[in-house]
Write a protein that binds this ligand. Structure first.
Ligand SMILES: Cc1cc2nc3c(=O)[nH]c(=O)nc-3n(C[C@H](O)[C@H](O)[C@H](O)COP(=O)(O)O)c2cc1C
Length: 194
C-alpha cells in the first residue's frame, strides 16, 4: 500500500513517506533502528539549545511492564488500534529553562520538532511513528513519577506498518483514504497576512 504524500512540489523522500498508520506488524524494531530514530530527535533545533524534550521509551519485549503501563494511559480509541506494535513512547517537555529556572515558552514547540525529526527518520528506515494526543497525561505522570515541571505531551507508537485489512472496517477505510492537506495558500502568506 503506497501512502506517499502526493506533494505539489518536490520534498525529501522521507518527508513524503512519513504517515500515521494504525495497523502495525509485531516485527520488533531493531536496536539500531530505534537508536537512529532517537538520535534524529536528539539533533533537533531548540531555543537556546535547551533541548527541553524528554522521552519515555517502552519496548514491548524489553520494558514490558512500562509498555503495559503506558498502553493503559491511552484513550480507548488508541488502545483499540495499537495491537502488537513493538514500541510505545511518551514525548515530554521540561517546562523550565535549565539555565535560569524560568518558564521556557518554547518547550512544547521544541519537543514537537524533536518528535517530527524522529518521525521522518522512522519513515526513512521503513518504519512509521504515529503520535497521539489521546492519552491521560495525569495518569502517565502518576504511572512513571514524572516530575511536576515536565509535561507529558504526546504518546507515540513506532513500528513497521501492517495491512489495513488487519483493522476493523471503519479504521481500515481511514487507513486507505486519500491523504489530504489544506491548500498552501491557506497557510503560507507571502508578504501580507491572509
Ligand atoms: C500531536 C498529535 C496528536 C495526534 N493524536 C492522535 C490520536 O490520539 N489518535 C490517532 O489515531 N491519531 C493521532 N494523530 C495522528 C493524526 O491524526 C495524523 O497525523 C493526521 O491525520 C495527518 O495524517 P498523517 O500523519 O498520516 O499525514 C495525532 C497527530 C499529532 C501530530
Amino acid at each position: 500500500m503506497d501512502r506517499t504524500a502526493p506533494t505539489e512540489h518536490p520534498v525529501l523522500p522521507a518527508i513524503a513517506a512519513r504517515w500515521s498508520p494504525r495497523s502495525y506488524l509485531a516485527t520488533p524494531v531493531t536496536d539500531a533502528q530505534l537508536h537512529s530514530v532517537l538520535e534524529a530527535g536528539r539533533w533537533a533545533a531548540s531555543a537556546y539549545n535547551e533541548q527541553p524534550w524528554q522521552y519515555l521509551v517502552a519496548r514491548k519485549n524489553v520494558e514490558a511492564e512500562a509498555y503495559e503501563k503506558l498502553k493503559a494511559c491511552l484513550v480507548a480509541f488508541n488502545q483499540g488500534w495499537i495491537g502488537e506494535v513493538p514500541v510505545l513512547m511518551l514525548a515530554c517537555a521540561r517546562l523550565n529553562s535549565a539555565g535560569n529556572g524560568k518558564p521556557n515558552p518554547w518547550s512544547h514547540y521544541d519537543a514537537g520538532q524533536a518528535s517530527s525529526a524522529m518521525a521522518i527518520q522512522a519513515a526513512a528506515l521503513g518504519l512509521q511513528l504515529h503520535q497521539m494526543a489521546g492519552f491521560d497525561a495525569a495518569a502517565a505522570r502518576a504511572a512513571f513519577s514524572i516530575p511536576e515541571d515536565v509535561a507529558p505531551i504526546a504518546a507515540m507508537v513506532l513500528g513497521t506498518p501492517g495491512p489495513a485489512s488487519a483493522l476493523p472496517e471503519q479504521l481500515a477505510q481511514r487507513e486507505t483514504a486519500p491523504r489530504m492537506r489544506k491548500p498552501a495558500g491557506e497557510v503560507f502568506f507571502f508578504g501580507k497576512w491572509g
